[in-house]
Design a protein around this ligand. Structure first.
Ligand SMILES: NC(=O)c1ccc[n+]([C@@H]2O[C@H](COP(=O)([O-])OP(=O)(O)OC[C@H]3O[C@@H](n4cnc5c(N)ncnc54)[C@H](OP(=O)(O)O)[C@@H]3O)[C@@H](O)[C@H]2O)c1
Length: 293
């Protein structure tokens, strides 16, 4: 028999980072499928507004505000969800943050914040979930990674490293979680149009809408493969680039991103990181990209 795949009638779905961006849309789409969704993030007002938005959908959303960096709070949140709504059968541990890390202006605090949210924040949900799912002998958990996990990218020293750690952690844990009938997955999106990427002042190749990203995630949860990576062509392209020997890898990314020509210092409008339209087409599924000004 295959590993467990959650269904709305089996129990509750828990989504962290549900107050905006990808998590918010995934919570809505899961409620549309009929799930009772427990939604967690720090912003209680946004979560309450989201819960109100779902009237008329098959399922519902119930707000459980909380900070994923607080281990005790996450333990209590999982307990509260199960006490109030029932067993969590599906979790999308999505809460995350991006703090740019430039090599010429490294700040330890940015690394600490990044790991606290993106790595430990995920672990704080994962540990109590595994304890409970193990007892029930079934469950499905997806961790939110990123294609930046595949290899080092400019400005992503903290973010990419946290997502690489998540990917590695998921691979390592899958061996044992399989034995407990807990399906562990990792979601690696490319660029998605959300408040997180809205602050980017560079062209984002293969940028997709949050609705499209959520549709790919929900589909990936249904089909159940270990890695859910999208847009597919962009993800496979980056995987391929990461097979290059290091000199070719650094040469290619410097060329594609115009990075070597970019002076050190904070990115200003006039020093925008650029990908020419030709280069962008190399990366993107439809040659679509967006430049924030
Ligand atoms: N957008 C992209 O292009 C992209 C690409 C690859 C991967 N991802 C990943 O996808 C996930 C969602 O990204 P997004 O683009 O949707 O970002 P976003 O729009 O900034 O949303 C981030 C969500 O995480 C929550 N969050 C942040 N810190 C938290 C904390 N300490 N405790 C609880 N919740 C917290 C935020 O809610 P509160 O502020 O209310 O707490 C918000 O709901 C992240 O893990 C990100 O790394 C995004």
């Amino acid at each position: 028999m295959g590993l467990y795949r959650a269904l709305p009638e089996d129990g509750v779905a828990w989504v962290t980072g549900a107050s905006k961006g990808i998590g918010r849309q995934v919570a809505l789409d899961l409620a549309r499928q009929g799930y009772t969704v427990a939604a967690t993030a720090r912003n209680a007002e946004r979560l309450a507004a989201l819960a109100d938005e779902v009237s008329g959908l098959k399922g519902r959303i119930v707000a459980f505000p909380g900070d994923v960096t607080d281990e005790k709070a996450m333990l209590e949140t999982v307990a509260a969800i199960e006490e109030r709504l029932g067993a969590v059968v599906l979790a999308v541990l999505n809460a995350g943050a991006y703090y740019p890390a430039r090599g010429d202006a490294l700040e330890v605090a940015n690394f600490v914040k990044t790991y606290q949210i993106n790595l430990f924040g995920v672990l704080h949900g994962l540990v109590p979930l595994i304890d409970r799912m193990r007892e029930r002998e079934r469950g499905q958990i997806a961790l939110m990674g990123s294609v930046s996990a595949y290899g080092g990218l400019p400005m992503a020293a903290a973010y990419g490293a946290s997502k690489a750690a998540l990917n590695n952690m998921a691979e390592a844990l899958k061996f044992d979680l399989d034995k407990m009938n807990i399906r562990l997955q990792v979601i690696n999106p490319g660029f998605v149009e959300t408040p997180l990427t809205n602050k980017n002042n560079f062209a984002m190749p293969a940028l997709i809408s949050v609705e499209k990203a959520s549709a790919r995630i929900v589909e990936g949860l249904r089909t159940g493969g270990f890695e859910v990576a999208f847009p597919r062509r962009f993800a496979w392209f980056l995987k391929f680039v990461n097979l290059f020997p290091h000199p070719a890898y650094f040469w290619f990314l410097n060329w594609a991103m115009g990075w070597r020509k970019r002076p050190l210092g904070p990115a200003r409008r006039s020093r925008k990181i650029s990908l020419t339209s030709k280069k962008i087409r190399l990366f993107s599924d439809k040659g679509r990209a967006k430049t924030k000004r």
